[in-house]
Design a protein around this ligand. Structure first.
Ligand SMILES: [Zn+2]
Length: 295
């Protein structure tokens, strides 16, 4: 009898976990619908498309490297409990309360600003990760069956992402420009990324080709808010938060169109204020993508 009970319990656990996975998949599908038409996050191809099982993608940064938008991102990953995993751009970036920042700040009796100042110390605090991310709009040449499209490029700086190589390459170009020539900004060349291997065995090749960007006519003006909301929406799998973000984005757009509408639109005003804090001299509030090269 005990055995049977145990078996039932085990079954229940199993069914519960199956149900949880199904719920998660349903959520993902729903979130995907809510995200339709939004800018997407750049990812390497799922299947190898290059020589010897490599994955290849060609991209062009549309704003200078040092103009990437800074965002705090919380993430929890559990391979055994995927329903408990999440990736979230910190709601405080949009003027909302953030329970994750609050947990860290409460435990260490610090303010959020103090947390951000020493973020590496709190990166693995609690049971989730908190990291600073940089997001850049890029052109992804192979997207849309070779038609190309704008994506958001956001990767951590660690050995498993190409950022370091791109950054080094970029830095080298800035430090050692060809004799008598000006340094070359990252927006002046295409980057061919080659991914060797997978998971923790991943490594990267970065090849660059100097030249004009040929698809400027296909770019729409993009604001800092587009990048910020775009990235938060791209990584969001929580319907409620997704709807909140969409609503806040609408308000931010309306506030921008109404000029000085901050007082009427509290959420948008907060979002705009945060965006201002994040502002970079190279990153205009309303920039024409591809038009920042000579700044
Ligand atoms: Zn937060």
């Amino acid at each position: 009898m005990d055995f049977l009970l145990d078996q039932d319990d085990a079954n229940d656990d199993f069914m519960y976990s199956v149900q949880r996975d199904m719920d998660r998949e349903a959520k993902k599908t729903e979130a995907k619908k809510l995200r339709e038409g939004s800018i997407r996050e750049f990812r390497m191809p799922k299947e190898p498309n290059g020589y010897n099982g490599t994955r290849v993608a060609t991209i062009r940064f549309l704003i200078p490297f040092d103009a990437g938008l800074k965002l705090i991102r919380h993430k929890r990953y559990s391979a055994t409990n995927k329903a408990n995993s999440f990736t979230l751009v910190c709601p405080a970036e949009f003027g909302f309360d953030c329970q994750y920042c609050a947990q860290i700040c409460k435990r260490h009796k610090i303010t959020r600003d103090e947390m951000i100042e020493n973020l590496s110390r709190y990166a693995k605090d609690e049971d989730f990760e908190t990291r600073l991310f940089y997001v850049w709009p890029i052109w992804y040449y192979e997207a849309n069956k070779g038609e190309g499209d704008v994506f958001l490029f956001a990767w951590d700086v660690n050995p498993f992402t190409p950022i370091k190589q791109i950054h080094n390459k970029n830095t080298k170009l800035f430090i050692f420009p060809p004799k008598g020539k000006q340094p070359v900004p990252i927006t002046d060349y295409d980057i061919e990324l080659t991914q060797f291997g997978e998971g923790t065995k991943k490594s990267w090749g970065v090849d660059i080709t100097l030249g004009e960007f040929a698809h400027t006519d296909k770019l729409k003006p993009m604001t800092k808010a587009d990048v910020k909301f775009g990235y938060a929406i791209a990584v969001c799998y929580d319907d409620e938060w997704l709807k909140t973000l969409q609503e806040a984005r609408k308000q931010a757009v309306a506030a921008q169109q109404n000029g000085n509408a901050r007082k009427k639109q509290p959420v948008a005003a907060q979002a705009t204020d945060v965006a201002d804090e994040n502002s970079d001299e190279n990153f205009d509030d309303n920039f024409e993508v591809g038009d920042l090269v000579d700044e």
